[in-house]
Design a protein around this ligand. Structure first.
Ligand SMILES: NC(=O)c1ccc[n+]([C@@H]2O[C@H](COP(=O)([O-])OP(=O)(O)OC[C@H]3O[C@@H](n4cnc5c(N)ncnc54)[C@H](OP(=O)(O)O)[C@@H]3O)[C@@H](O)[C@H]2O)c1
Length: 315
């Protein structure tokens, strides 16, 4: 059994690792339906919950609702406890309270739930002021449609405003979901991690494997398929520069009974206070491997070495 942590100032408890569900149903970025399908996604879900992982992160925008629908199906077929987190997509056309509540209702319908555990604002909202948006979400908590409120991609200042607005309603802001991995250390220097610690907000770390890069399976001569090829971190030069990091991850993994580079990279992230990585998995094998990233400890010297060799990493 894994040790469990609270998500921010909530009664939601999870092992210090969750599951990202963007892969389930998304064709454009991840190629769902080409090489893996819904039975692989369900097998990934089952492997994760059987391993004791409970936090599942989806969003209305993933596969245009397909991810929420699949998560809804999977949770109906399991008797394992799960915490469902989804996200509101703040599109510029969605102005006003009615549209926010309609988006929430649509998510609940796709998930087959009457209440979602964690509802996150997917990115800072350009149109509705933070205070007004938090007020609408606080009303949805009072209506019994949301248990807890989170944000995503919020800066320190935006997060503090959201936190203060909810405090005015007697509610906590429980999480800020931002990109964080060994290769993307921005939350350590932009004030977000420090403010999360101060305000007891969980930092949910997305792209914790740098979209597969930290697995070590992509090399200068074998870049990943699809859209990732166009990303600067997958350029030939970047993949070449990565190889010593992968070797260090592999060496540390070898000293811990043969953990893989991905498991070591996730273990490093999960040991950061208040941080909850949510790796995405396309199939049972990936999900099982990711679950093996926790439940053991690298040494302080190993963690320091990884911090040092990746500090200030530029894509
Ligand atoms: N809030 C936001 O704005 C935001 C943005 C991005 C993601 N997210 C959330 O964060 C989650 C995770 O981030 P992410 O999907 O961007 O990237 P990630 O978790 O860093 O990487 C996931 C990808 O890595 C590969 N992989 C995963 N586990 C593996 C294993 N054990 N062995 C080998 N390969 C493995 C798989 O792709 P391949 O097999 O194709 O390499 C998988 O699709 C998402 O599912 C989503 O819930 C949120």
């Amino acid at each position: 059994m894994h040790n469990r942590v609270h998500i921010g100032d909530s009664d939601l408890q999870t092992p210090p690792l969750g599951i990202g569900a963007w892969q389930w149903g998304d064709t454009m970025m991840w190629g769902f339906g080409r090489g893996y399908d819904r039975s692989d996604a369900e097998a990934a879900f089952t492997a994760s919950v059987n391993a004791g992982l409970t936090l599942i992160d989806t969003a209305e925008s993933y596969g245009r609702g397909a991810s929420e629908r699949l998560v809804g199906e999977f949770i109906r077929r399991t008797d394992k406890p799960v915490i469902v987190a989804t996200k509101f997509a703040p599109l510029p056309t969605r102005i006003g309270r009615r549209m926010v509540l309609r988006a929430l209702n649509d998510s609940l319908n796709r998930l087959g739930l009457s209440r979602v555990d964690l509802y996150q604002v997917h990115w800072p909202f350009p149109v509705i002021p933070i205070e007004m948006l938090m007020d609408i979400l606080a009303d949805a908590v009072e209506l019994g449609k949301i248990r807890y409120i989170g944000v995503s991609n919020y800066s320190e200042e935006q997060m503090r405003r959201a936190h203060a607005a909810l405090a005015g309603r007697g509610l906590p802001l429980v999480s800020n979901q931002v990109e964080y991995s060994l290769l993307h250390r921005t939350p350590e220097v932009n004030g977000v991690w420090v403010a999360c610690q101060e305000l007891n907000i969980s930092l949910i770390a997305y792209s914790p494997l740098a979209k597969g890069l930290l697995t070590g399976k992509y090399k200068p001569d074998s870049p990943p398929p699809g859209l990732r090829r166009l990303m600067p971190q997958y350029s030939r030069a970047a993949l070449e520069r990565m190889q010593p990091v992968i070797q260090t991850l592999a060496q540390i993994g070898a000293a811990h009974g043969g953990k893989t580079p991905a498991q070591v990279a996730l273990n490093w992230l999960a040991r950061q206070p208040g941080v909850l990585p949510i790796p995405g998995a396309k199939n049972a094998a990936q999900a099982e491997a990711n679950a093996g990233a926790i439940g053991w400890d690298m040494t302080i010297d190993e963690a320091d070495l990884l911090s040092e060799i990746t500090l200030g990493w530029r894509k």
